[in-house]
Design a protein around this ligand. Structure first.
Ligand code: HEM
Length: 239
């Protein structure tokens, strides 16, 4: 093979790799919007069953549109995860595995190194989460809460209440949303790098915004299982 065609081939591979990184950034940015919307909706749980179920009812009333959004989300999650794995493998091949994993002063931020691991934990979390919530029979046993006054079906609120009475699940959720916080704080910074924006002037702000986003997401989602546990156990309130 001539030197020119080798150069062309590596140039094309480089362009494909950049395109993949840009799609990872774009799908990640849309997923962040979903996560913020999802967090805001879920925090309504803290206001009680009526408010939360009214919100869940509004979403349900979207009918087929909700399913279009869900399918869109699946496509986004799968492409984001799949392309991230491809990019990570390509980077490892290009740099050499040892450099990336073992060189502590290699200039690779720890969050970058752990992006793949936090991402994989989030993939596992999503499977558990979809089984826990969207696939739960909210009108049946899963949504029925036992109170001092007897059993009562509280719909999707009841599903969340029952799920978070299990401390092991709470720990798993808190670990997963903390990983999500770290993943987002780094991913947020990457969006600006991958989109090619020169952020040297705003680098400090972008870092702070990324960390802020990660903290809000981790603390906000964790508040929900913690609220259920405190309200049920410490305050001794059935509901
Ligand atoms: C304490 C934390 C969380 C709670 C209480 C929660 C609650 C819920 C509930 C109630 C649903 C069902 C919505 C419905 O069927 O109308 C749902 C669906 C879903 N959640 Fe979460 N969620 C949490 C964290 C997360 C996180 C961190 C992610 C993403 C990384 C996520 C992604 C999804 C997805 C993709 C769906 C399916 C789409 C949908 O039906 O809206 N959730 N969640």
């Amino acid at each position: 093979m001539t030197a020119v065609s080798l150069k062309e081939r590596s140039g094309a591979a480089w362009n494909r790799s950049i395109a993949k990184k840009q799609i990872v950034a774009l799908t990640g940015a849309v997923l962040v919007l979903f996560i913020i919307f999802h967090l805001a909706g879920n925090l309504l749980l803290l206001l009680g069953p009526e408010t939360f179920n009214a919100y869940a009812g509004k979403l349900e009333s979207l009918g087929p549109l909700l399913w279009v959004a869900r399918i869109g989300l699946i496509v986004l999650f799968v492409s984001h995860i799949w392309l991230t794995i491809l990019v990570t493998l390509e980077n490892r091949r290009a740099r050499g595995r040892e450099y990336e994993v073992f060189d502590p002063k290699g200039g690779v931020h720890w969050a970058t190194r752990y992006m793949i691991y936090t991402g994989l934990l989030l993939g596992l979390f999503l499977i558990v989460h979809i089984l826990d919530f969207p696939l739960a029979d909210r009108h049946g046993e899963a949504g029925t809460v036992v109170t001092a006054a007897g059993s009562q079906n509280l719909g999707l609120y009841g599903v969340a209440w029952n799920r978070f009475l299990n401390p092991l699940r709470d720990i798993f959720y808190i670990l997963a949303v903390s990983a999500l916080g770290m993943h987002l704080s780094h991913g947020f910074q990457s969006v600006f790098q991958s989109s090619g924006s020169d952020h040297t002037q705003f680098g400090g702000w972008i870092n702070k915004l990324g960390i802020g986003l990660g903290v809000v997401v981790a603390v906000g989602f964790s508040a929900i299982p913690i609220y259920v546990i405190i309200r049920h156990n410490t305050l001794g309130i059935g509901l």
